[in-house]
Design a protein around this ligand. Structure first.
Ligand SMILES: O=C(O)CCC(=O)C(=O)O
Ligand SMILES: [Fe+2]
Length: 192
């Protein structure tokens, strides 16, 4: 299993790099140099989530409302479904239907902070299923624990006001793990 997980992580790398390259062009960063490659994707974690069948899903939560602490999350889900994302402008949860052969990409808190809020991490929940077990495999793409993250200089060049301060990523994660089912409140930790 360890071998498969590591192989999968390796396979994800080119997808992750392509996504980050595209996303940073929206931040006026023309290319992904080594420093930024390390900052955006210097560490990765793979989780194997198992949600057992639950006879009364309305009485339980698969995963409480949260955003991810990552820059990006690359999520592989099976065919069961149950992941919902919060759509801010219409104030409702939207189901992310499993599509065979596809990956779901979530923006995480670190990207929100580094982009000074231009990209927003997405709040999501997982609802248990009454009939079937569910499996999902997220890959969390993160800065390194020793990285200091904050709004990037290229973003601030436009003269906008910094919404977030510089924080040590490991401090952010520590705070995040203490409060991670608190909806999207975790990102406030880095707010000015
Ligand atoms: O199981 C899912 O679809 C999402 C899992 C998740 O949000 C997480 O592990 O952070
Ligand atoms: Fe998540």
């Amino acid at each position: 299993m360890k071998h498969e997980a590591l192989e999968y992580l390796k396979t994800c790398d080119s997808v992750i790099k392509t996504l980050i390259k595209i996303l940073i062009t929206g931040l006026d960063i023309p290319n992904l140099n080594d420093t930024y490659e390390s900052l955006f994707m210097g560490s990765k974690r793979i989780n194997l989530n198992y949600y057992p069948v639950c006879p009364n899903p309305e009485l339980s939560i698969g995963a409480g409302g949260h955003s991810d602490a990552s820059t990006l999350t690359v999520l592989l889900q099976d065919q069961i479904g149950g992941l919902y994302v919060w759509k801010q402008d219409s104030d409702c949860w939207i189901h992310v239907p499993p599509v065979k052969g596809s990956l779901t990409i979530n923006i995480g808190d670190a990207f929100q902070i580094m982009s000074n809020g231009r990209y927003k991490s997405v709040e999501h929940i997982v609802v248990a299923n009454a009939h079937e077990n569910r499996i999902s495999v997220p890959v969390f793409v993160n800065p390194r624990p020793s990285d200091v993250i904050g709004p990037l200089p290229e973003v601030m060049d436009s003269g906008e006001k910094a919404l977030y301060k510089q924080v040590l990523y490991s401090d952010y994660v520590k705070h995040f793990l203490r409060k991670s089912t608190d909806g999207k409140g975790t990102v406030d930790f880095a707010m000015i």
